[in-house]
Design a protein around this ligand. Structure first.
Ligand code: G4F
Length: 338
């Protein structure tokens, strides 16, 4: 019997890498996707094109508890990976009601449905370094108090507490990863790394003249997305359920990332950079840097790619999108999100 996994957020960066990892391990992979994705598979499911015939997709909205119950009853999963969330960090709080509601309710609905209809299913929840927000110390680990500063961070703390509660109250095998920024060629264009890489390649090909960015001195702890997905699986196969910080343990500035990306294309970033104050976010007093020691010792997890290797892979992947014969759906131009 193949183990059966259910993934929410299947079509995203992490969901697609996780589906590939689980298929390689012999799983029967099921995932929840939105109706709009099925209607526009070329764009919305582009991360899944290589494995579309190997996975089982279920159309549902995570804010509809009945559809989740139906899926869980039908497939009776052994493992559930809850990755879906409104994940762009907004500090404007303009979408606060829907972000908080969707992120918290979906986690609660899944846990409640599993408790009722698949109580032996293991559960993984993707938390975020945004839970530490205005962190009180650096580096942060599993004992650092949460101090979220965005609605997204608040929603992740609430989800984390629900998972912990189900573990403690009901004996669920439920664990959370507190994931720091993790990047790849599948990262969305609204995030700064993909915005930089795609702009650099477009500038190289004469399709764009400059790149507008916010705070170049902002620092992030950046890792490689497939490594973080591997950590999720390792958590689900530990002897007992627990929560883990997954991070590289080092930080770099946006400027360092951009200089390295442009240098891979023999370009000088400083010649093309434009600062847009509208893209600045509130500054952090203490940098978000994770201490992944617990995952390294308990799960034997370790990152496989350095900061430079990640940038190189992203730049090379972006160049490939411009090869003759590639679908134009792969090429979306970066927006000016902050
Ligand atoms: O790439 P970002 O938008 O990622 P951010 O906000 O750190 O969030 C990501 O990582 C979190 C931690 O894992 C996740 F919880 C979250 O879901 C998401 O995956 O911004 C990175 C940094 C920020 O300091 C931002 O101020 O880049 C700075 N930045 C500078 N100029 C910019 C820009 N960010 C964006 N998106 N666009 C800019 O032009």
């Amino acid at each position: 019997m193949h183990p059966r996994a259910l993934i929410t957020g299947l079509a995203g960066q992490d969901g697609s890498y996780l589906a590939e990892l689980l298929l390689d391990k012999g799983y029967e992979v099921h995932g929840i996707v939105r109706r709009t994705s099925i209607e526009d598979t070329e764009h919305k499911l582009k991360n899944l094109h290589a494995i579309l015939d190997k996975i089982h997709m279920h159309v549902a909205s995570l804010d509809n508890v009945l559809s989740l119950v139906r899926i869980i009853r039908n497939i009776s999963p052994d493992e559930c990976y809850h990755l879906a969330a409104s994940s762009f960090v907004s500090y404007s709080f303009e979408d606060e009601i829907s972000i908080l509601g969707n992120n918290v309710n979906s986690t609660h609905y899944l846990l409640a449905a599993l408790r009722e209809f698949a109580p032996s299913c293991k559960f993984y929840f993707s938390g975020s370094s945004e839970m530490f927000g205005n962190a009180i110390n650096s580096p942060q680990d599993e004992n650092t108090p949460f101090n979220p500063r965005s609605i997204y961070g608040i929603s992740k703390v609430a989800g984390f507490q629900l998972v912990k509660n189900y573990r403690q109250q009901y004996g669920f095998f439920a664990c959370s990863g507190i994931l720091y920024n993790h990047e790849s060629q599948r990262r969305g264009y609204e995030f700064v790394t993909r915005k930089i890489v795609s702009s650099a390649v477009r500038i190289k090909f004469g399709l764009q003249e400059a790149v507008e960015l916010g705070n170049l001195e902002a620092r992030r702890d950046w890792g490689y997305a497939p490594d973080y997905v591997n950590a999720m699986w390792l958590m689900m196969h530990a002897d007992s359920p627990d929560d883990y910080v997954i991070a590289s343990g080092e930080t770099h500035s946006v400027k360092e990332f951009a200089e390295a990306a442009f240098a891979h294309l023999d370009l000088d970033f400083n010649k093309y950079a434009k600062i847009n104050l509208d893209l600045f976010r509130p500054t952090e007093n203490i940098v978000l840097r994770g201490n992944p020691s617990k995952a390294m010792s308990m799960l034997k997890w370790k990152p496989t790619k350095s900061f430079d290797d990640i940038i190189k892979e992203m730049v090379e992947g972006e160049i490939k999108l411009y090869e003759p014969g590639r679908k134009t759906s792969d090429l979306l131009t970066p927006g000016d999100s902050k």
